[in-house]
Design a protein around this ligand. Structure first.
Ligand SMILES: [Zn+2]
Length: 266
């Protein structure tokens, strides 16, 4: 039933490491770990570590993260606005837009997008923005088209809604409605499939997008946290500082956000 969607690539093999250093390293590491756990237990940290390591259950991971946000909670600035199925946009949400190549973008971030694209072109690449700002109605139509696709594959209405939402989220829950997200593909490969990651444009973007304040919003290893399938074309503006921190920490926006904020700003 998944034939319409990209096939997942196998993970590339890891390099073999010499056995003896591994064993010695493991022994020393194990002793250090025991010592650390003893200290952590005193500070009441063990239960938190155990729960975060527990996994594959995204609701648990999110609730752990949200608990930790209570200490440092605050209002997220406009460029860190979190939009997902659990945090939908208000129907009253509006944003000032600027025309960019391939559509419209939040006026405050449009220059960053344009600079990133022109730098790519200067380096001989051919990026193409195939989707940027979408209205509520645009998103509703796209979502319904996806539901229809899965219905045509024989899924029940409920199953089609669920599967469709993994790829094209319902109106009010797409970042494209904020004007801060752009789907960027290679002009030579204008397909929204996982193979997009193998284009020189995506190699460049994954390496350099943070320099312009963008992140790859739905990484392959965070689908259980974002709730959205891997999209090696969807880039989101979050500002240079946050983009750099997320690149260095390996956090996705949900994780970064939950550790800092409790609500979106206006
Ligand atoms: Zn997108």
């Amino acid at each position: 039933m998944r034939s319409q969607r990209p096939v997942r690539h196998l993970h590339r093999g890891r390099k073999q490491r010499p056995l003896l250093p591994c064993l010695l390293g493991g022994l020393v590491g194990g002793i250090c770990l025991l010592a650390l756990l003893g200290m952590a237990a005193r500070w009441g940290l063990v239960s938190v570590l155990a729960r975060e390591a527990a996994p594959q259950d995204s609701s648990l991971r999110v609730s752990v993260s949200l608990e930790s946000s209570q200490d440092t909670g605050g209002e997220a600035p406009w460029y860190l606005r979190l939009v997902n199925p659990q945090t939908p946009l208000s129907p009253e949400f509006t944003v000032e837009l600027t025309e960019v190549a391939g559509g419209q973008f939040d006026s405050r971030a449009a220059e960053a997008l344009s600079q990133m694209l022109s730098q790519m072109e200067d380096e001989g690449l051919s990026p193409l923005v195939c989707s940027s700002f979408r209205t509520w109605e645009d998103q509703e139509t796209l979502h319904q088209n996806e539901v229809d696709l899965w219905l045509s594959q024989g899924l029940t209405e409920e199953a089609a809604q669920e599967e469709a939402s993994r790829w094209v989220v319902p109106a009010g829950t797409s970042e494209h409605e904020t004007g801060l997200a752009a789907d960027i593909v290679s002009s030579a490969y204008q397909v929204l499939e996982e193979e997009q990651e193998d284009t020189p444009e995506q190699w460049w973007l994954m390496e350099h997008c943070w320099e312009y304040g963008f992140i790859l919003r739905y990484p392959k290893d965070k689908t259980d946290v974002t709730g959205v399938g891997y999209e090696p074309w969807h880039y989101r503006y979050v500002g240079v500082e946050a983009a750099q921190e997320m690149k260095e920490s390996g956090q996705c926006l949900e994780e970064y956000w939950a550790a800092r904020f409790t609500r979106n700003g206006s």
